[in-house]
Design a protein around this ligand. Structure first.
Ligand SMILES: *[C@@H]1O[C@H](CO)[C@@H](O)[C@H](O)[C@H]1NC(C)=O
Ligand SMILES: *[C@@H]1O[C@H](CO)[C@@H](O)[C@H](O)[C@H]1NC(C)=O
Ligand SMILES: *[C@@H]1O[C@H](CO)[C@@H](O)[C@H](O)[C@H]1NC(C)=O
Length: 185
């Protein structure tokens, strides 16, 4: 429904064409679990109120079209957001008035990769722009093999050998004592 409205608005604003949305960067490269800030700018006039700003940002890739961020008349509509981004998007409301859309996406996943399209509508018009995000998998370091420790079984054997050695020494000592006693008596 909202999309159909935006489409209609787009057709209308195409005629005037003074309102512009730009990406600040067309392509982003990031690693899994890192954070990234996607940024768009749009035309503002001194009398542009934040309350008249509507934003729709979507992730479009091979198999899906997911809502990253939705702002309706200056108010964030978190219900629209897709579960994939739940709790991972931070919107900077302070810079909106300057015509900047800053969206920080944290704890990046490889499935966040794709085309990000932001559509913006204000009293001045409608426009959109897109950027690409490529999230590469983090190199999972090989788990360190624990240093080889003697197995309980071999520990038992060591104990047996030590015991046998001590016994032998004791027997030797006693024998020696008896021998010495016999010599002196
Ligand atoms: C958008 O980009 C064009 C061309 O680079 C530039 O002239 C214009 O000022 C930009 N507008 C905004 C709102 O960033
Ligand atoms: C990523 O963002 C989260 C939440 O905003 C923050 O707690 C964390 O410190 C950030 N990590 C990095 C590496 O910037
Ligand atoms: C994403 O980044 C990786 C590593 O730099 C690269 O090999 C791959 O081609 C990139 N994919 C796209 C769609 O740009």
């Amino acid at each position: 429904m909202i999309f159909r409205n935006l489409l209609l608005i787009k057709l209308i604003s195409c005629v005037s064409g003074t309102f512009v949305v730009n990406v600040t960067q067309t392509s982003y490269q990031a690693e899994e679990n890192h954070n990234i800030t996607l940024e768009w700018t749009f035309t503002t006039k001194p009398d542009t109120s934040s309350n008249s700003v509507n934003i729709f940002c979507n992730l479009i890739n091979d198999h899906k079209d997911l809502v990253l961020f939705h702002l309706h008349d200056g108010v964030e509509v978190s219900e629209s957001q897709d579960q994939q981004f739940s709790g991972r998007v931070q919107f900077d409301k302070d810079v909106l008035r300057e015509g900047r859309i800053r969206l920080q996406l944290s704890r990046l996943r490889t499935e966040d990769s794709g085309l990000y399209l932001c559509e913006v509508k204000t009293d001045d018009g409608w426009s959109s722009d897109r950027c690409r995000l490529n999230v590469t998998a983090a190199d999972h370091p090989e788990p360190q093999r624990p240093t080889v420790s003697p197995e309980p079984e071999s520990q038992g054997w060591i104990g047996l050998y030590v015991g046998l050695g001590l016994t032998a020494a004791a027997v030797l000592l006693v024998t020696l004592c008896f021998a010495l006693r016999r010599c002196f008596t």
